[in-house]
Design a protein around this ligand. Structure first.
Ligand SMILES: Nc1cc(CSc2ncc[nH]2)c2nc(N)[nH]c(=O)c2c1
Ligand SMILES: [Zn+2]
Length: 378
């Protein structure tokens, strides 16, 4: 990997449209154009897709998961294989989540302390411990271009006192992550994660504390955890504009096409979500005309392409009738074609957002998709 240490981590905003920003982020494996959607490859693969599929779909950066990769194949093995890029033959940027969220979603099989979190593997029940230093070491072995700090994502509905204590712990862990991995060591960037639940004063306290630490970007954590859409949007529009302006803003685990457009309108630059690949596997497909449930009998003899405006291989080559047949017959090709289409849709949406911001017509793009994905009028 060759990169210029002088420009590594540089985030440049080239256009704005309201609070929406068009920018670019320099990483060791290439420049990422924002706003960006990041396909999720939890175990080092975006399910059912190969790197050349992702290239064809326009993917610039994918996500990996510290928790999963640590358990299998092991970060020590990845280090011996030259890191995840070489192991998975993905030569573009990779962002790894720290594992905090995954461990905390393992509800009753984890114990939290000042030093970190003890948990049991969901594979074999074996006991493990993640400290801030440990997750930095794992992400260093993985070799991800953007690392995330170890944080506690408090559950939806956590009370004020618990949330206040938790954000202080997350800040102390963030400081320890920064100390454990010197700035830009191994060409790797490090993002802090804002917490504070649904309490605006706690969100601002968390942000003020993190802003004092030297991070290359800041994520909004603790959203998309079961709250209502209005609650998520309300907090999003409160905190995003308060985040540092000249570093990237990443909204973790979000979201639907409309959530992503809402986030961009609030000033967020980076998004990731399992929806495109997960929904592909249950036949829910996102198209320029709205959601299509390919299982429906109405498509049994439908010779038209899934989405006439989509450039992906599935839409150029097959009919809805064939895609429905593959799904009903549980053919493995169904996973591949549906995933390829949905990932292409989300990446195309991000590209359209970039172009709309450049041309000062982002509000019109957002309004268009609000019509396209408006809940079916019963
Ligand atoms: N909603 C949500 C989603 C994720 C996973 S993002 C992801 N990891 C792997 C794929 N995608 C979160 N991750 C962390 N570390 N903290 C959070 O608060 C948080 C919140
Ligand atoms: Zn398509």
């Amino acid at each position: 990997m060759t990169y210029d240490p002088a420009t590594l981590g540089q985030f440049t905003i080239t256009a704005t449209d309201g609070a929406a920003r068009r920018g670019s982020l320099v990483t060791a494996h290439g420049v990422v154009q924002t706003p960006i959607f990041m396909p999720v490859g939890t175990q080092g693969s975006v399910k059912a897709l190969a790197p050349d599929d992702l290239d064809a779909a326009g993917a610039q950066i994918i996500l990996g998961n510290t928790y999963h990769l640590y358990l299998r194949p092991g970060d020590d093995l990845l280090a011996r294989k030259g890191g995840l890029h070489r192991f998975a033959s993905w030569n573009k940027p990779i962002l790894t989540d720290s594992g905090g969220f995954q461990v905390f979603s393992l509800k009753d099989i984890r114990k939290l302390s000042e030093d970190g979190v003890e948990f049991r593997s969901h594979h074999d029940g074996s006991k493990h411990f993640f400290s801030p230093e440990k997750v930095m070491s794992i992400q260093n072995n993985i070799g991800s271009d953007i690392m995330m700090v170890l944080d506690e994502c408090v559950a939806y509905g956590a009370d004020y006192d618990y949330t206040a204590k938790s954000l202080e712990l997350t800040t102390r862990w963030a400081r320890r992550c920064r100390q454990a991995h010197p700035r830009h060591k191994n060409g790797q960037l490090l993002f802090g994660i804002n917490q504070g639940g649904f309490f605006k004063d706690l969100r601002e306290r968390s942000l003020a504390q993190l802003a004092e630490i030297d991070f290359d970007g800041f994520a909004i954590g603790g959203l998309s955890v079961g709250e209502s859409i209005p609650e998520m949007y309300d907090m999003l529009h409160h905190i995003a504009p308060l985040m540092p302006r000249d570093t990237p803003r990443y909204l973790m685990g979000v979201g639907t096409p409309l959530d992503i457009l809402e986030g961009i309108s609030a000033g967020v630059d980076m998004f990731d979500c399992v929806l495109p690949t997960r929904n592909a596997r249950n036949g829910t497909l996102y198209t320029s005309q709205g959601k299509v449930n390919i299982r429906r009998a109405e498509y049994r003899e439908d010779d038209s392409p899934l989405d006439p405006l989509c450039p992906c291989y599935a839409c150029r080559t097959f009919s809805k009738a064939y895609l429905r047949h593959l799904y009903v017959a549980q053919e493995l090709l169904s996973y591949r074609l549906n995933s390829l289409h949905n990932i292409t849709f989300f990446l195309t949406l991000a590209r359209q957002a970039r172009e709309a911001i450049e041309q000062g017509r982002f509000a019109a793009l957002k309004a268009h998709y609000q019509d396209v994905f408006a809940p079916a009028k019963d």
